[in-house]
Design a protein around this ligand. Structure first.
Ligand code: HEM
Length: 392
């Protein structure tokens, strides 16, 4: 299948998100940024960020201890801190960090602008050319305001990394490492330019925050839905650490059940049940149906991950389905569809898997996750409801 992305004039052309390579059409610009990204975040290279992942997960435990009920806020804060750290080498401030706040506000506008069918201009792209003052052009005035946030989110943290590099105090991060690489490369041989580092870095925050937070939230629900899984994971961790220390990435092979929990969290409640829509660049055929070029294709990750013939009893949270004789069972397919499809498959999946693994392991080593009780001591059953984000 030859696929790219659909047009989204309200998001890309008007609201300033055309720098995000996750929304880019297939072509040289997408290829350059994807390659630049994969250079830092392939399975081997992404291991370099493990110290930052441990640091952020350690902070998470402190915040959870001080106010356990606010766990979702802590997940957001941890993810923001971690992504700013490994993308730009920026230490975020404990409260109301300007970079995290700007990125958060910008993402809220994307969630509104990205709803398919909300803006007429997405169906009739010609409308993007009408003057801003024209009656009915309120969407253009709105987009002009939002554009400042989207651009700010891409430009300001990047400028901070450049400032630190100028002073010689920048630490290793995606942005500083890539800029240093560019400096060392013979101008004729570099496959990317400075602006690609800026736009790719801007895409990382967008691709990595809400997705990771959602999976962390699902983990809490999963531990409530299956307390035996929690107990088993805790016993496994204690057997390795003696209950005296936090697990480390070196323990990953000895703790396959935690890896099974990561897989099952991603399978049970996929973060993006239809991934991001793909658009066919050439005609294709599927199951006897002709799909003309330009068709929008939604990959149904939910159906694949709840296929009974592959994952029996698919609606239950059962990490054991990925295990055999105390080890991961290679015969059970990984829930890859949780990360999308084909050449647009999530390039941040190795980071996502390891961030989730260490956060789950830290939480399980130190906390007991239980259902809340009301003032009369009666257990409150969770509703297991989700809120939609982008693409509602
Ligand atoms: C649990 C965490 C995550 C999940 C479930 C997830 C899922 C996805 C999905 C479903 C897609 C769309 C794939 C498609 O179009 O078929 C995607 C794309 C993408 N993700 Fe992730 N993601 C996660 C974490 C991350 C992280 C941590 C990063 C960055 C470090 C990241 C960066 C990206 C980027 C850049 C794209 C666009 C790829 C392209 O269009 O070529 N993601 N992700």
């Amino acid at each position: 299948m030859h696929d790219c992305r659909e047009d989204f004039p309200m998001v890309n052309d008007l609201s300033g998100w055309d720098f995000v390579f996750a929304f880019a059409k297939y072509g040289d610009e997408w290829r350059i940024q994807r390659r630049l990204f994969e250079q830092s975040f392939n399975v081997k290279a992404s291991r370099k960020f493990e110290p930052q992942q441990c640091l952020a997960s350690g902070d998470l435990l402190k915040w959870m201890l001080s106010s356990p009920d606010d766990f979702l806020d802590h997940f957001r804060r941890m993810t923001g801190e971690f992504i700013m750290d490994f993308t730009y080498g920026i230490d975020v401030q404990p409260l109301n960090d300007p970079y995290v706040t700007l990125a958060h506000d910008a993402l809220q506008t994307l969630i509104i602008a990205g709803v398919p069918g909300r803006y007429l201009v997405d169906s009739f792209p010609i409308l993007k050319h009408i003057p801003t003052w024209f009656p009915g052009a309120g969407f253009k005035r709105q987009a002009q305001k939002w554009r400042k946030l989207a651009r700010g989110m891409m430009e300001l943290p990047f400028a901070e990394t450049q400032r630190q590099m100028g002073l010689g105090i920048a630490r290793s991060s995606f942005a500083s490492d890539s800029l240093n690489l560019l400096k060392d490369m013979d101008a004729g041989h570099a496959f990317f330019q400075e602006r690609h580092v800026q736009t790719t870095a801007g895409t990382i925050y967008l691709g990595g925050t809400d997705t990771t937070v959602s999976a962390l939230g699902t983990f809490i629900l999963a531990m409530l839905a299956n307390p035996e899984a929690q107990k088993k994971a805790q016993l496994d961790i204690d057997a390795i650490t003696g209950g005296e220390a936090l697990p480390t990435f070196q323990d990953r092979d000895s703790l396959p059940y935690i890896s099974a929990i990561v897989k099952e969290v991603l399978r049970w409640q996929p973060v993006a049940p239809f991934a991001i829509p793909h658009r066919l660049t050439t005609e294709d055929e599927y199951g006897g149906y002709r799909l003309p070029a330009g068709s929008i294709v939604l990959g149904n990750a939910w159906a694949l991950l709840h296929d009974e013939s592959v994952y029996p009893d698919p609606h239950a949270f059962k990490p054991e389905r990925f295990m055999l004789n105390g080890q991961l069972n290679a015969a059970v397919p990984d829930p890859e569809a949780a990360f999308g499809f084909g050449r647009r498959m999530c390039p941040g999946r190795h980071m996502a898997n390891s961030s989730l693994w260490i956060a789950f392991a830290y939480i399980l080593a130190t906390f007991e996750i239980q259902k809340a009780v009301d003032s009369e001591g009666k257990v409150i059953e969770p509703t297991y409801e989700y809120q939609s984000g982008l693409g509602k």
